[in-house]
Design a protein around this ligand. Sequence first.
Ligand SMILES: Nc1ncnc2c1ncn2[C@@H]1O[C@H](COP(=O)(O)OP(=O)(O)OP(=O)(O)O)[C@@H](O)[C@H]1O
Ligand SMILES: [Mg+2]
Length: 505
Amino acid sequence: MTTPLLTMQHITKSFYGVKVLDDVSIDLRSGETLALLGENGAGKSTLIKILNGDYRRDDGTILIDGQPVAINEPRDAENLGIRMIYQELHYAPELSVAENLLLGDLPRRSGALKWLVDWQQMNERARQALQLLNVDISPSTKMRELSVVEREIIEIVKALSRQARIIVMDEPTAALTPPEVQRLFGIIRGLQERGVGIIYISHRLDEVFEIANRITVLRDGKHVGTHPRSEVTHQALVQMMVGRSLENRSEARTKTAAVVQDAVALDVRGLTKAGAFANIDLQVRAGEIVGLFGLLGAGHTILTQAIFGAVKADSGAISVHGQAAHITSPQGGKHAGIGFVPLDRKVNGLVLDMSVRKNITLSNWHVLAKFGVFQRAQEMNHSRGWVDQLGIRMAGGIETHTRYLSGGNQQKVVLARWLEANVKVLLLNEPTWGVDVGARSDIYDQLEALAAQGLAILMVSSDIEEVLSVSHRILTIYKGRLTGEFSQAEATQEKLLHAAAGGIV
Ligand SMILES: Nc1ncnc2c1ncn2[C@@H]1O[C@H](COP(=O)(O)OP(=O)(O)OP(=O)(O)O)[C@@H](O)[C@H]1O
Ligand SMILES: [Mg+2]
């Protein structure tokens, strides 16, 4: 057997006395994709942060080509050819693709002008780098003009052009629709052919089955098993992740019948914002879950922002339960009874330096503070209730600041707040972004239960399976215009993708 490219042996790590990684060992071969699976908080991100030198391990060894290496800070990892493609990419929007690719290593002109960047050479070198993986993006394009998947691809090209041997992707497809996922997979296959080893973290099992050669499962910080893809089933993996079979959860989720009422809860007429969307007419009834599906950049995200008041529309009218709402700021949205889970929760979804308890009851404080007495006990009960319902897990209990929660658990807190908030209309962007399979079905159950009580939900999601399984009705959007409307019975993946790509329905 050949020596693995990377071996991590007996890795152990604790935070505040709680062991989040306990004697974990993995290995990675050249040219393979190793998927890392596990429930929210299982320790996946912590393991790769140790590999990248972001966190110090308490114990364990890391070997590259069979040789022990010292990784104490990110620079060490970089020198060893290890690269992370992060969930949230940091990039300078005004830089061109070429500048971004060669950042820190820009070619200079020769002779008297040697302090000037040699633009011609820069573009040529960038073109060569892009060609390594057959990427069809012009080197002079500005970073801000790229879609999310294109930015990820540029990061990967950058890593490869700097001799990366190990590339780690932590949920790279969380906001990608099926065609974009395929584009990324094409790039990953190119990396495999070049002998790069890839560690791939995802909660989307179908993707893992498509791209991974081997699959490692972590549970509560322990290594449960590693198997070649061909030797495990979807069901077996879920069982390994949760430690029991999920019979009455995700697999066999029984959908409650819709209790859609006649009353229109959200009524949007002629909503227009130049350059983003035009003439949007849509209604969501009380009790109804409407899915809004579009490819990246179709305008759905900004549309929900405009309905809430986070961005200003140019014209159009919004009413909630027949009452005209004058929404020009998020205050206006809240006042009208609209709740909003934004796409970028790090910016306006979560207060990182506030406890889980307070984050959950944040938008409901006026109810809890009724009669002037703040009902702390009640606040505690409400928060605890959601922590149980959605399986929110953290090393330090309900008073832990949300900063220290794993990605998926942070997401559950944001959602819990709005489920708690007592609004009439709820706008959701990617409600299960980064959430594990078990908790995902709990969230769907909660959405259905709240809808059954009369809540109107408008949900934007790039996960087409989610859109199909949760929505009572689905709208598609393409270049800022609604292009299709489907009942739950008539909607299929093909029809949605066709309409979302601008096809005539
Ligand atoms: N800096 C930190 N301080 C305290 N606890 C932390 C810190 N980073 C992670 N943890 C805890 O370690 C555990 C593992 O978290 P990690 O982020 O590795 O999970 P994960 O498997 O990546 O989950 P997810 O799928 O939700 O992203 C969690 O209980 C988390 O709260
Ligand atoms: Mg994580």
